[in-house]
Design a protein around this ligand. Structure first.
Ligand code: RB5
Length: 145
């Protein structure tokens, strides 16, 4: 189960991604915002990342205007590995090397067709583990500092 969330800057892209996921048969839950009104991206990040950490959802796609604010916020939460991607190669590496459990997109940066490819790539790839796993473990060691 994939979680989705956005502020107003990512709202339109979130709605487009929902349509894309429906057509692709990917199950998702939308945690808002539900109308295009101003919202604070740290609140969205906190709520949606909590649902990943609790196991309610296995991963999340978060969107704000640039993707920057919501990725910074998400990465403050222990256990979250949020990758801001605006290209397909980064999306592939975000899963293969970083095992990103949250994908962030900028609704004012990345157009819908590219965003769909980024989401599909990230969802479709597998974490390679091995040395990459050891590095990911070291990322989480930083949470203790
Ligand atoms: C909201 O105007 C905008 O600042 C937000 O969506 C995001 O781009 C922040 O990083």
């Amino acid at each position: 189960m994939l979680a989705l969330g956005s502020d107003h800057g990512g709202f339109e892209l979130k709605e487009q991604i929902k349509e894309h996921l429906k057509n692709a048969g990917v199950e998702f839950k939308d945690f808002g915002i539900y109308e295009n009104k101003s919202a604070d991206y740290p609140d969205i990040a906190k709520d949606v990342c909590g649902r990943v950490l609790s196991g309610e959802c296995s991963a999340a796609v978060l969107m704000c205007g640039t993707g920057i604010g919501i990725s910074i916020a998400a990465n403050k939460i222990n256990g979250i590995r949020a990758a801001l991607c605006s290209d397909v190669f980064s999306a592939k590496m975000a899963k293969q090397h970083n095992n990103a459990n949250v994908l962030c997109l900028g609704g004012r940066v990345t157009g819908p067709e590219l965003a769909f490819m980024i989401v599909d790539t990230w969802l479709g790839e597998e974490f390679l583990g091995g040395r990459h796993g050891e590095r990911v473990d070291k990322i989480h060691m930083l949470e203790k500092h």
